[in-house]
Design a protein. Structure first.
Length: 68
């Protein structure tokens, strides 16, 4: 199992990571805002993460970290 860490203060809520996740375990937080006033990405089920790093590759702001 891999671990995804979202750097919430770096995330701009563009949802590119959400779109490319093959397991569909990323979404924008519906009730949390960061200091930029946007909903940052969050992981819904860490146990489903395969560590493919597509989310981190797609992120233009390098707001995701993947640990295998």
């Amino acid at each position: 199992m891999a671990k995804v860490t979202v750097l919430q203060e770096v995330c701009k809520g563009c949802a590119l990571c959400v779109a490319v996740c093959p397991k569909k375990i990323l979404k924008l937080s519906p009730d949390q805002f960061n200091s930029k006033g946007v909903h940052p990405a969050m992981v819904t089920d860490m146990s489903q993460c395969t560590g493919c790093a597509m989310c981190a590759t797609m992120c233009p702001d390098v707001a995701l970290r993947i640990e295998k």
